[in-house]
Design a protein around this ligand. Sequence first.
Ligand SMILES: Cc1cc2nc3c(=O)[nH]c(=O)nc-3n(C[C@H](O)[C@H](O)[C@H](O)COP(=O)(O)OP(=O)(O)OC[C@H]3O[C@@H](n4cnc5c(N)ncnc54)[C@H](O)[C@@H]3O)c2cc1C
Length: 469
Amino acid sequence: MTVSSARPGTATPLDLGALRSRIHGRVIGPNDDDYEAARTVMYGGIDRHPAAIVRVAGVDDIRVVIETAREHGLELAVRSGGHSAKGDSTTEGGIVLDLADMASIDIDPATKTAWVEAGASALAVTEAAARHNLAIGFGDTGSVGVGGITTGGGVGYLGRKHGLTIDNLLAAEIVTADGELRRADADTNPDLFWAIRGGGGNFGVVTRFQYRLVDLPGIVGGLLILPATAETVQRFMELSEAAPEELGTIANVMPCPPMPFVDEKWHGAVVIFGLMCWAGDAASGEETLQGFRDLARLGGLDAPIADMLQAGPYTQMYPPEPDDYHPLAVSLTGYLDKVDRATAETIMDRLEALEAPMRAVQLRTLGGAIARVPDDATAYAHRTSEIMVNVAAFYEGDHDKAEKQAWVEELMAAIHQSDDGAYVNFVGDEGEARVRAAYPGGTYERLAEIKRRYDPDNLFRLNQNIPPA
Ligand SMILES: Cc1cc2nc3c(=O)[nH]c(=O)nc-3n(C[C@H](O)[C@H](O)[C@H](O)COP(=O)(O)OP(=O)(O)OC[C@H]3O[C@@H](n4cnc5c(N)ncnc54)[C@H](O)[C@@H]3O)c2cc1C
């Protein structure tokens, strides 16, 4: 898919030499050797050609990029980790403001806080904090950039115990559309602070975040693969909901990948690919985790298909990722109230019915500390949603994309219950109604009003966009 580089009729050509003379970091253009690598984002199927990718070195560079995009009427993409499913961190013909070289991490063990530049990855921050037996919760994938995950909310293993990433955000610094560097915290620009905790990239370029860290000397966790039946899926979710808040789980109901430590007879069979994280005292977690292991018997086995649960640092929840992973995927996100037997049966039936090497229903139990924050305290307004569900399928190309898309849509419709919300960081290119679904209960209107104050011309529009009120 291509997107226009600017509002029609307004773009003027970009002089890369002139831009380079003003930038302390690096300006990568189409003739540079690393242009191909620099224009590649995480998801496959996003093939755009920016006029320039600017690896900014600091606030001055960010100001120059903003000014240049404005002057030339060019579309501006902001990139931290490059994981946007919608492809918002690249542009056809515009400028990419890439924060990858602004990735410093400054941990203060005495106050248990950290200043982290937006280009750092979730893994890098987790590793740095773990050296002091401290942690902050991001998501399930280490390569995700803190810039994108934090501004959207941040749903991960530590959520039930310690809240979303934004619930541990103390302050941020952000360059707004007028080129001003502003601080945002509870007392300074509180409207902006509210908006960037869930409102995504609509309000400017966050240069750095200050996080509160929690004590976490270690966890017990990892991968637990169980047989998937409607009964085991339902029971897995009941156990997750009833477990102490120290437990974070992700149940990926999907075909078992051909992992070397898994008996070949399971390769390709639909299983519960469970990701488990007990962030508490190891001994007291044993009983809770044993309950999940025992689900193997409910599925007709003596033991789990794979049991990799072990004590270790929290970093072990972020296993190594291949550099060249660029999947072609279609997906939809939503929330469920409960995975009852009928829902679990529908999930199993539909997963069995599709031919695709990778198709998955991902279930995440929420609640706990996430639900203790009022809906209107931040721009993430799904505090009482019980379970996050993501349905995804990989496709090979144009010939099977529509089929996979239809499967995802039909499955999501079949399991829909009372909750119409959507988590903004998992929404794709789905139109305005879905952006509104991400911001229920007056949140959208409040964000639009703040957008009017900080970005009246909608310069930052490559995102789940909220046009200025
Ligand atoms: C494999 C995978 C696993 C994931 N798992 C989880 C998960 O467990 N939990 C979860 O909550 N999310 C998860 N996500 C979603 C993820 O949080 C979003 O895709 C997020 O936007 C990615 O951030 P990024 O910086 O890597 O992406 P980018 O593509 O660089 O940025 C995405 C958007 O975020 C905004 N943005 C990025 N940086 C800044 C900044 N510095 N200032 C202002 N705006 C900015 C921009 O609008 C940008 O278009 C996952 C995504 C993937 C691909």
